[in-house]
Design a protein around this ligand. Structure first.
Ligand SMILES: [Zn+2]
Length: 412
């Protein structure tokens, strides 16, 4: 029985394995223990670092500055240093220098530390729950904020606790394992002693006491958007389920694949919640290139555009007009979205304002049918370069349209 099950998994695997070159992302195999009374953590992680993540044979990782590193070792590790980060002062940068020609290097890193539950970053280890993400640098990740990671996180939790995070969670006794098979830039999860969870079909809302009243309606909104997006873009890559964790906490809201962690302040009205959830869910289909690059606008602007369309279909034209007005207000004073000779990531105002506005202008020019084709192509192919988008626009519409949109993005 067990063999048959394994075999069917193995048969399913190749399409996943072929789609991603294993040397493109960094792998982690992490085990963590938490002291919920003192807020202390104890972590050992085995990292596989691909050559693509190295510059001059060196990899750089962020880690919370207050942590004590017990050990860093690896066969091809020549030396390492730990210094406080100029880029992000509360964090350290761990520089790892490797030797020898290898496609990937392996290291083991062990550390202990205490999470400052009042640090304003929304990360905490308490008797009620544990919420950890990039914002406390509790787990090492790459200093370019872009090198993708995948792997397994194993944690031991008190009896009765549940774990949520991007990927799949399995449990054996008090041992919980979170397996992520999609690229993420960090390792994040939430775990809690309470069983406050509301499910609407394949969409779950996990909430604290302060958000009890909203859970049911958020679950319905999430479930609706998940179904709508799956119908549009999920033919080959369906998002089977998603979990929204909503807590009365500090710090940013964020989404990682099927795991959304949101602070209560973020979701005020139904329309706003639907917009936010749809934006985040649509990222399941927007390919992650380099998060610091000038091409990054596509990810955010397409997600914004799609979310606005969903809001229109559920809440009507007036709601849609409101979003348009927000985009316009944000875009004020911004002169361009993208230029071939510019490298750095565009501002928030461009990515969430001018960018989606330009996509709408493009739709008005080439018509709904061609635009829908372009949108579907963008959402179902690994498109991470604006040049590729322009090229395909040329194919789907015309060379004139391609040139027109190029000039529009460049701000002419
Ligand atoms: Zn986004």
């Amino acid at each position: 029985m067990k063999t048959a099950f394994l075999l069917s998994i193995l048969l399913l695997l190749p399409c996943v394995a072929i789609a991603q070159n294993p040397t493109d992302f960094s792998q982690y195999d992490t085990s963590a223990e938490f002291d919920i009374k003192s807020g202390e953590l104890k972590v050992t992680t085995e990292l596989t670092i691909p050559v693509s993540a190295l510059t001059n044979n060196e990899a750089r990782l962020f880690l919370n500055k207050s942590f004590n590193i017990a050990d860093i070792s690896g066969e091809s590790l020549k030396e390492y240093s730990v210094n406080s980060s100029e880029k992000v002062p509360p964090w350290n940068e761990v520089a790892l220098v490797f030797e020898g020609a290898s496609k990937a290097h392996e290291i083991t890193l062990s550390y202990t530390g205490v999470i400052d539950n009042t640090g304003g970053h929304g990360n905490f280890i308490t008797e009620d729950g544990i919420h950890l993400s990039i914002d406390s640098a509790w787990h090492p990740f790459y200093t370019n904020f872009a090198t993708p990671m995948q792997g397994e996180l194993e944690v031991k939790l008190p009896p009765g606790w549940k774990m949520y995070g991007p990927g799949a969670v399995t449990q054996r006794d008090n041992q919980h394992k979170l397996t992520g098979t999609k690229n993420q830039v960090d390792v994040s999860f939430y775990t809690t002693s309470s069983s406050n969870e509301y499910n609407d079909g394949s969409f779950s809302v996990v909430y604290d006491k302060a958000n009890e009243e909203n859970a049911k309606s958020l679950a319905a909104l999430g479930s609706g958007c998940l179904a709508a997006l799956n119908q549009k873009f999920g033919q080959e890559d369906k998002l089977e389920s998603a979990t929204l964790v909503i807590l009365d906490r500090d710090g940013p809201s964020f989404a990682r694949g099927n795991y959304l962690s949101v602070s209560s302040q973020r979701l005020k009205s139904k329309q706003q919640s639907y917009h936010y959830i749809c934006h985040e869910l649509s990222h399941n289909w927007t390919a992650l290139g380099d998060a610091m690059s000038h091409d990054y606008w596509m990810m955010e602007s397409f997600a914004e555009y799609i979310a606005a369309e969903e809001v229109k279909s559920v809440f009507g034209t007036e709601a849609y007009e409101q979003i348009l007005a927000e985009w316009k207000a944000r875009a004020k004073g911004q002169s361009f979205v993208w230029r071939a000779d510019t490298e750095q990531r565009a501002s928030f105002k461009v990515n969430y304002g001018l960018g989606p506005l330009m996509l709408k202008k493009l739709k008005d020019r080439i018509g709904e049918e061609k635009f829908e084709q372009l949108l579907h192509w963008y959402m179902t192919e690994p498109v991470t370069e604006t040049e590729k988008l322009l090229q395909n626009l040329g194919k789907l519409a015309s060379d004139e349209d391609e040139e027109w949109f190029r000039l529009l993005l460049e701000g002419h």
